[in-house]
Design a protein around this ligand. Sequence first.
Ligand SMILES: N[C@@H](CCC(=O)N[C@@H](CS)C(=O)NCC(=O)O)C(=O)O
Length: 253
Amino acid sequence: MVQQPLIYTAKVCPYAQRSLIALEEAGVKYDRYDIDLADKPSVYNERVNSASKVPVLVLNPSDSADNGGVTKDKGTVKLPESLVISEYIGEEYQSAGLLPKRRRAKARYYIERFSHIFGPPWILLLYRGKADSLPSLLSAISTFQLWLSPTSGSEDSGPFVFGKQYTLADLAIAPFIGRLIFFSKRGILDPLGGGDVHKALTGGDDIFARVAQWWEAVSTRRSWKSTFNEDIIYKAAKTRQEKVLAERQVGKQ
Ligand SMILES: N[C@@H](CCC(=O)N[C@@H](CS)C(=O)NCC(=O)O)C(=O)O
């Protein structure tokens, strides 16, 4: 019997959220097993992902999620990497429209480029407490804004990257811009000078007006709301920040 897929995931992980959004958008029924990243099952690397990361999608798992969360059958297909998983879902469930014809290469370019320009300052800000990386993050978002479709006046207009169709490009980038907005809104970025970033990105600043429209359309989808666990993400970010700021303090002494 073909079983529904199982995803190894973690509520705090933006990469895992990409894959969950893809599953939700495609209406796939799936089992999930949440990995505590600080205390992974001892056989996780050996049996699931030698890179020791989430997400991993297991196709036709022979053991279900309740079997300690780690399938025993080495014959089942295990797909690591959030974009590999999301593209697989886009291909298998084409009616979801995640990979529209002749848009795939462009979507992949946008994702690649965004990761390149947003990733490094993101790490510096959140994992090193470097407030001076905030302008680079906002500059990456300005670049992203240039890729968004016009909101009116053509057949291709719409709120998303490729007009009316929500695609791989939207789901891959949303977990990162979404976290930036959320961390700013909830005060995590206050000590780093980013307390007002959420206002700017959600309609308070004309410079980011198009991003604000995109974000409104993305964040009101069920696929976003059902995959973004505010409490857990907030707690993890707060704990990490306290640690990072304390380390910086020690470094200064
Ligand atoms: N390139 C990977 C990155 C996945 C990743 O970095 N996942 C993190 C959590 S957000 C992880 O599992 N880290 C392992 C750990 O924390 O031990 C993807 O796109 O899936």
